[in-house]
Design a protein around this ligand. Structure first.
Ligand code: MN
Length: 257
């Protein structure tokens, strides 16, 4: 059961993430020729990273890429294989208030992918998966290549360290795509907009665990919370001084007279 680890790590009474129960049903509905989905979720958690997910066999194969994908074919970006995710996770953008992965998830890119190998399972086994992406930000030919474990690699990490590499093609180039196109592909918002739309009570009243400490992700989270709080305040003020509010005030003062 590929989603066991996904489910074990999460408490679905506390996270808005998909519970992953759709698998059997949605898998049956799927026609074999339907395009395969991919997404990249920019995830501000204990560390900022980009989760690359490729649909395969009813789940999303997943790699966490700390620096994010690079369009430069000379770059090799570390990509740590993580637990398979349910397919409907590919539509998720929002705030995980607490627990595993606590933080803000932005849908940074999405689209379809196609393997450039005959057998994806064999390629994963071999540690060399070539594929093409057709997203809004990421396109063209890519490779995921598994690194050989070192003798001091912890047992739980064995086989998990890969490199994400852009092949040289029409879609490669020296542009730093994470800086050039930093925002959500669905809402065009940044982390603070996503948080302002859905501020968890826990974050509004106190500092979440992800915002404590001295790390760069903690500092960024703290800035994002402050910026989101300002946006919520501005939104509330605009609502109070809007036409509806003015009428209410007017009627109150008329009543006084
Ligand atoms: Mn993540």
């Amino acid at each position: 059961m590929p989603l066991d680890e996904y489910k074990r790590k999460r408490d679905f009474s506390k996270t808005p993430e998909p519970a992953g129960d759709e698998r059997t049903r949605s898998r049956r509905k799927r026609s074999p020729s339907a395009p395969l989905a991919f997404c990249v979720q920019k995830h501000l958690a204990s560390h900022l990273h980009y989760d690359l997910r490729l649909e395969h066999d009813g789940v999303l194969l997943s790699w966490a890429v700390p620096k994010g994908p690079s369009l430069n074919s000379h770059d090799r970006r570390m990509a740590v294989r993580t637990e398979d995710h349910p397919r409907d996770y590919g539509g998720f953008e929002g705030v995980i208030p607490e627990g595993y992965g606590a933080g803000i998830v932005m849908l940074w890119d999405r689209g379809t992918w196609s393997p450039e190998v005959d057998d994806v399972d064999a390629a994963l086994e071999k540690g060399d998966l070539k594929f093409a992406l057709d997203g809004y930000k990421l396109k063209g030919s890519w490779a995921l290549v598994r690194l050989r474990d070192r003798s001091d690699t912890a047992p739980a990490q064995r086989g998990r360290n890969w490199l994400l590499i852009k092949h040289a093609d029409f879609w490669s180039g020296p542009i730093e795509i994470t800086e050039f196109a930093p925002r959500s592909v669905v809402s065009d918002g940044d982390f603070d907009d996503i948080l302002a739309a859905d501020m968890p009570d826990l974050w509004a009243t106190g500092r979440p665990a992800t915002a404590s400490g001295r790390g760069s992700a903690a500092r960024l989270t703290q800035q994002v919370i402050e910026s989101a709080a300002r946006k919520i305040l501005a939104r509330n003020e605009a609502a109070e001084s809007g036409p509806g509010a003015a009428t209410k005030r007017g009627s109150r003062s008329r009543r006084k007279r």
